[in-house]
Design a protein around this ligand. Structure first.
Ligand code: ATP
Length: 240
């Protein structure tokens, strides 16, 4: 493994049935970086995230976290290795309160004292959640649910956060808030983030690096500013 890289994927081929959805996908994610995964609907972004978090198994290639091959590591062990996946649609348990949802994120942890500290930090970070501790999930707005899903992941103190479309359905102001928060977390704690986004502008505004996917392949991998300024790239793949 190259020094400074937390996650590497090598020549991944992944599919749900006969035809592969990802073909020969490779990437390197630096420790403490924010990477935007971009590309049109159906490009394979969600499939990539699900493969990196262990939900899907590649038929070829491998994923390496901290120099360790993840082949054979069970999904439920991934969280203990510091990988948190916040799927599209968020997965908030709507019957449970905000507080209960957040505590779910730390149930597996042996260090109870630190789980409590992490919970308090999430409340500090997400003031709307602190005000709604006892509210059931179904009474939250879309933005609050997104914060809750993110907060629940953070209670587990992940090293790598895999976020699928956090801005989906959110007002621009809330999206900007969440993007700003990712920066804060990275700066404060060295968190590494992989962010799938349809909202290319906001993703590139927060990311250091961008990976552009098309039809299951990586067609560009460059720093965010380079992608932003590349007119051909923008027209061909990024739609702005
Ligand atoms: P979107 O932004 O629409 O989620 P995406 O870039 O995340 O797009 P994926 O969701 O990874 O793309 O889908 C890539 C391809 O895999 C698509 O052609 C899709 O139809 C197919 N696919 C996704 N999930 C499944 C599944 N569970 N079973 C079969 N095919 C699937």
């Amino acid at each position: 493994a190259r020094s400074g890289s937390l996650l590497e994927a090598e020549q991944l081929t992944v599919g749900y049935g006969a035809a592969p959805v990802l073909r020969d996908v490779g990437l390197t994610v630096a420790q403490g970086s924010i990477t935007a995964v971009l590309g049109a609907n159906g490009a394979g972004k969600t499939t990539l995230l699900r493969t990196l978090s262990g939900l899907l198994r590649p038929t070829a290639g491998r994923v390496v976290l901290d120099g360790q091959d993840l082949r054979g590591v069970k999904v439920e062990q991934m969280v203990r290795r510091g990988v948190a996946h916040v799927p599209e649609g968020r997965g908030v348990v709507t019957e449970l309160t905000v507080d209960e949802n957040l505590r779910l994120g730390g149930l597996w942890r042996h260090d109870r004292a630190d789980a409590k500290r992490a919970l308090d930090e999430v409340y500090e970070l997400f003031e709307p959640l602190a005000r709604r501790r006892r509210f059931p999930g179904h009474q939250l707005s879309g933005g609050e649910r997104q914060m809750l899903a993110l907060g629940r992941a953070l209670v587990g103190r992940p090293r790598l956060l895999l976020l699928d479309e956090p801005s989906l359905g959110l007002a621009p102001r809330v999206t900007a808030q969440i993007m700003g928060l990712l920066r804060t977390l990275r700066d404060r704690t060295g968190l590494t983030v992989l962010l799938v986004e349809q909202n290319v502008r906001s993703a590139l505004s927060v990311a250091d690096t961008g990976i552009v996917m098309s039809l299951g392949r990586v067609v560009a991998n460059a720093d965010a500013a380079t992608l932003r300024d590349d007119e051909d790239m923008r027209h061909a793949y990024l739609g702005f």
